[in-house]
Ligand binder design. Structure first.
Ligand code: PA5
Ligand code: MN
Length: 205
């Protein structure tokens, strides 16, 4: 038997999964994930609202998702569904944590149901947003951090596919925040500049 070093990468055969565009279920899936408010408390602007909910024992599920059985390795193309529940923290809509890819690689998002907004920004301060609705495909270029926000009162469901060696860097987004935030306003949404985009500054020293 030959000796192998590291984690062996399987050579999968072609396969298909079934997607439910309404619920976001991906069948069969290998992994699933769930993020509650307490997993991303620092992400929201209204820290009094966060503290109020958590101290009252309320820790809502913000989003869940399902991963297809694809190796996280170069040359592969992992894909997953995400379902963001409807809701607000203060007046800021439920959203994903958001991240940079560790290696600057692109990603493609496809809207399946509901209505959302993608917030994207570069490390040198450029910012863009794109509505994510059923049948829309949003291209996230290399080097753009991305966060997805549910701006409706129904679940936001979407599919995303990314290079297997992209990696997820949540730390820099947690530290610096996004420069734009999405709040509920008059039955719709409003995109606002973050009150304190420089989290390092706010946190000191
Ligand atoms: O690959 C992606 O960018 C998405 O599938 C996200 O991972 C997913 O929407 C969850 O968001 P986050 O990874 O920021 O928690
Ligand atoms: Mn990504």
């Amino acid at each position: 038997m030959p000796a192998f070093e590291g984690t062996p990468v399987r050579a999968p055969r072609p396969f298909r999964v079934m997607l439910d565009f309404d619920t976001g279920s991906l069948t069969p899936y290998t992994d699933s994930f769930e993020r509650r408010l307490s997993d991303m408390a620092v992400a929201y602007e209204d820290q009094d609202a966060v503290a109020g909910l958590l101290s009252a024992g309320q820790d809502p599920v913000i989003y869940t998702g399902y991963d297809a059985d694809v190796p996280h390795a170069a040359d592969h193309l992992p894909f997953r569904t995400t379902i963001i529940n409807p809701g607000v923290i203060g007046s800021e809509f439920f959203m994903t944590k958001g991240h940079h890819h560790r290696r600057d690689t692109a990603e493609i998002y496809v809207g399946m149901s509901g209505s959302g907004l993608m917030i994207m920004q570069t490390r040198d301060g450029h910012a863009r947003s794109a509505e994510l609705v059923p049948s829309a495909a949003v291209y996230v270029p290399p080097g753009w951090a991305h966060r997805t926000v549910n701006v409706a009162d129904t679940p936001l469901v979407f599919l995303a596919a990314y290079p297997g060696d992209a990696g997820h860097d949540y730390e820099s987004v947690e530290r610096l925040g996004f420069s734009r935030r999405v709040h509920r306003r008059d039955g719709g949404y409003e995109l606002r500049p973050a009150a304190a985009p420089d989290r390092e500054f706010r946190a000191g020293p």
